[in-house]
Design a protein around this ligand. Structure first.
Ligand SMILES: [Zn+2]
Length: 314
């Protein structure tokens, strides 16, 4: 397959720099500036964006070991959005597919970690008709073990039961109560989800605000991926707290204290994260109006989705 011809573009707005390069006669300058958005850059970074990769950042990982070692470092750095965006600015190489893969990896990993106490909880709640795991295996074979694993991952949203049908065992899967979906899932994520969707509308769909932002789609994808990861991790934290609370009652007060704070604190983080992306990371010229408009719209979106889910569930 023929390789796509290399196109020198501005790392921030994607403006084609071929015209500028065509004016070079006998020598090429070291530094340049985009005629479209005004961002200064080094020409070497335009020709080889991999020069701008960060060793600690998972999106820029060069190998599997680097991918794994960069995971905790990236997670720690996104806690403080202003510091994160100061480093991961528009001059840094965009690798959306790598970032998406990393976000999915962290989501699956965090869910599996929290599934261990969830499995223990489901077992103590049901006790599987008073059987041990060994007896369970003897009774239902592989389906018994599949039930244990499935319940650990999906309880209380789905439940699995080994059932006999036409002389063989199968796994029967039933959906959990709508109340469980709302209380432990939508209630935690819906404000942040509405917030994220509205920011995406502002930055990627509405033409007026798009032209104010003047950034490549990859930068929006980067912010959206990390924002979505935060939503998921705040959900997993709430899930872990709920499970630990059900398993060990002494942390009762601690549970109510932390669980009450997860939604407002993670919502506040989203406000900060997107504001810092626009002002510090992307250095949008009219950042004040864009942050104001984006935050107001996103807050409305988050609130609207929260109210809708509440009315739907009650
Ligand atoms: Zn530009």
């Amino acid at each position: 397959m023929p390789r796509k011809p290399f196109k020198p573009i501005c790392p921030k707005c994607g403006y084609d720099q071929s015209g500028e390069i065509a004016t070079w006669k006998s020598q090429c300058p070291i530094n340049g500036r985009c005629n479209e958005c005004g961002i200064p850059f080094q020409w070497a970074d335009i020709f080889d964006p991999s020069r701008t990769r960060l060793h600690w950042y998972a999106e820029h990982a060069r190998s599997l070991t680097n991918f794994l070692s960069a995971t905790p470092k990236t997670l720690i750095r996104i806690i403080l959005p202003h510091r994160f965006w100061r480093t991961v600015d528009t001059t840094k190489d965009l690798r959306p597919m790598c970032l998406i893969a990393w976000v999915i990896f962290v989501m699956i990993l965090s869910h599996l970690i929290v599934s261990i106490p969830n499995g223990i909880l489901a077992r103590s709640a049901y006790n599987w008709n008073g059987t041990t795991i060994g007896q369970h295996y003897q009774m239902y074979g592989g389906y018994g073990i599949a039930e244990i694993l499935f319940v650990a991952i999906a309880f209380p949203y789905f439940n699995a039961l080994p059932r006999a049908s036409s002389f063989r065992w199968t796994l029967f899967i039933e959906t959990g109560w709508p109340e469980a979906w709302y209380q432990s899932f939508f209630k935690v994520i819906n404000f942040q989800l509405g917030f994220l969707v509205l920011w995406l509308l502002i930055l990627a769909v509405i033409p007026t605000t798009r032209s104010i932002a003047k950034i490549r789609t990859g930068h929006v994808i980067r912010a959206a991926c990390l924002s979505a990861l935060w939503i998921f991790l705040s959900y997993e934290l709430s899930r872990a707290l709920r499970i630990m609370h059900a398993l060990t009652d002494p942390i009762h007060n601690l549970y109510w204290f932390f669980d009450g704070w997860i939604v407002p604190v993670s919502g506040l983080w989203q406000v900060l994260f997107w504001s810092c992306a626009v002002s510090i990371g992307w250095k949008v010229k009219q950042w004040k109006s864009l942050v104001l408009l984006g935050t107001a719209a996103a807050l409305l979106g988050g609130t609207a989705l929260s109210i809708y889910a509440f009315l739907y569930a009650t």
